[in-house]
Design a protein around this ligand. Structure first.
Ligand code: SF4
Length: 389
């Protein structure tokens, strides 16, 4: 098998990890592969907010672990594929000379153990930096159970690292795997990464991200966002991603899976029973979690502001910001002539740039009606009942 054939297989297995969406406003977009024929290229967003393409792949797909939501788990029977560090580094380096890429995202199934796998990832980054003199973006996955020494090595070469938390808490985690330990393999390394990359840390230039698998256990949105808000505040996490669990991963009836999977069963959460709801519900749930995440990161909301239903979940039918506004009639309407930026940010439809524009434009133009704000019609429709002159 040549390098491109291996990449075709390994990049397909990497597609469910969204932690390299690099701050894109729309991580759902990142799920879509580039369809120009090179299946290892994924659309993403550059640090300055523009569109870009990243090469995303695993180094190897034969995993020693047993995560029940994962098509690569140990009991699956398929042909293992792996790339050597030099093979990966040289392929990427040559490729990006011909076609502009914003960088590379390197992940892997656990090949033997966490540190052996980290050694392959770090070695690839080292070859790129030292042998090829590559100065661009390198995102390295931190493998569950990695030692502090291997994490430090990764941080010394990477522009960004991620370690997926997967579930909010050990109880949910233990339902999905018997081989990984939540505290030792996930929380302790996440805490160490935060110490190294936070303010004053040796590697504060390195950005961090993590991902929740949503719906693989019976966790509620309230649990996810409670963990998420503490990861932002206590671990100074740069970005969180929420990936709706998709049943059927590894199913040979899915186009493209036939070549890789020789013997498999339909992936079911056999300890957990069937998933509730439709896949459209699962994707809407993911979307609502992203909206709530934006409120926490960009709109000055705290976890306590978020409104959950009796089940502990966000409302699938309505934007969480609209739900908050409707539950706080005492805060509205806010005056476009006098309200602070923070008050305007609580108005449905008004984001940070419109709030800044409204506050900044007060001295320079006379406002006699809401139309004078020159907001897009859809934005004004959402905001109108919450604003006054
Ligand atoms: S450790 Fe990662 S690759 Fe391995 S089974 Fe779990 S999720 Fe899959």
């Amino acid at each position: 098998m040549d390098t491109q054939e291996k990449l075709d297989i390994l990049s397909r297995d990497a597609q469910y990890d969204l932690s390299c969406a690099c701050g894109t406003k729309n991580p759902e977009e990142h799920r879509k592969k580039n369809h120009t024929g090179d299946g290892w290229l994924y659309p993403t967003t550059t640090a300055s907010g523009g569109p870009g393409i990243i090469l995303k792949t695993l180094m190897g797909n034969r995993c020693a672990n047993d995560c029940k939501y994962c098509p690569l788990r140990v009991e699956k029977d398929f042909r293992p594929v792996a790339l050597s560090p030099y093979e990966m580094a040289s392929f990427f380096y040559e490729f990006q000379l011909k076609r502009p890429l914003i960088g590379i995202f390197l992940s892997s199934a656990v090949l033997g153990d966490g540190d052996k796998t980290m050694a392959m990832l770090v070695s690839t980054a080292e070859i790129l930096r030292k042998h090829f003199g590559y100065r661009g973006y390198i995102h390295l996955k931190i493998i569950p159970g990695a030692s502090r020494a291997s994490i430090e090595s990764a941080l010394s070469y990477a522009s960004a690292v991620s370690l997926n938390i997967e579930t909010p808490g050990a109880k949910h985690f233990s339902r999905l795997t018997n081989m990984k330990e939540y505290q030792k393999d996930i929380i302790d390394p996440l805490t160490f990464i935060a110490e190294q990359t936070g303010r004053g840390g040796r590697f504060s230039r390195v950005s961090t991200s993590s991902q929740f698998i949503v719906g693989a256990s019976d966790e509620s949105d309230q649990e996810i966002l409670s963990y998420g808000s503490r990861m932002y505040s206590n671990l100074q996490m740069g970005r969180l991603y929420y990936s709706a669990y998709q049943g059927g991963l590894g199913d040979p009836s899915i186009p493209g899976e036939q070549n890789r999977v020789e013997k498999t069963e339909q992936l079911t959460l056999f300890d957990l029973g069937p998933q509730k709801g439709t896949s459209a519900d699962a994707l809407m749930r993911e979307h609502r979690l992203y909206q709530a995440d934006w409120l926490l990161r960009k709109y000055g909301f705290s976890y306590d502001d978020l409104v959950f239903g009796k089940s502990g979940n966000l409302n699938l039918q309505k934007d969480p910001k609209l739900i908050w506004a409707e539950s706080h009639p005492e805060k509205f309407p806010v005056s476009v002539k006098r309200a602070s930026k923070e008050q305007l940010l609580r108005v449905p439809g008004i984001g940070p740039s419109y709030a800044e524009r409204i506050v900044g434009g007060r001295g320079s133009c006379a406002l006699s009606s809401l139309e004078d704000l020159r907001l897009p019609p859809a934005t004004l429709r959402k905001a109108r009942t919450f604003l006054e002159m």
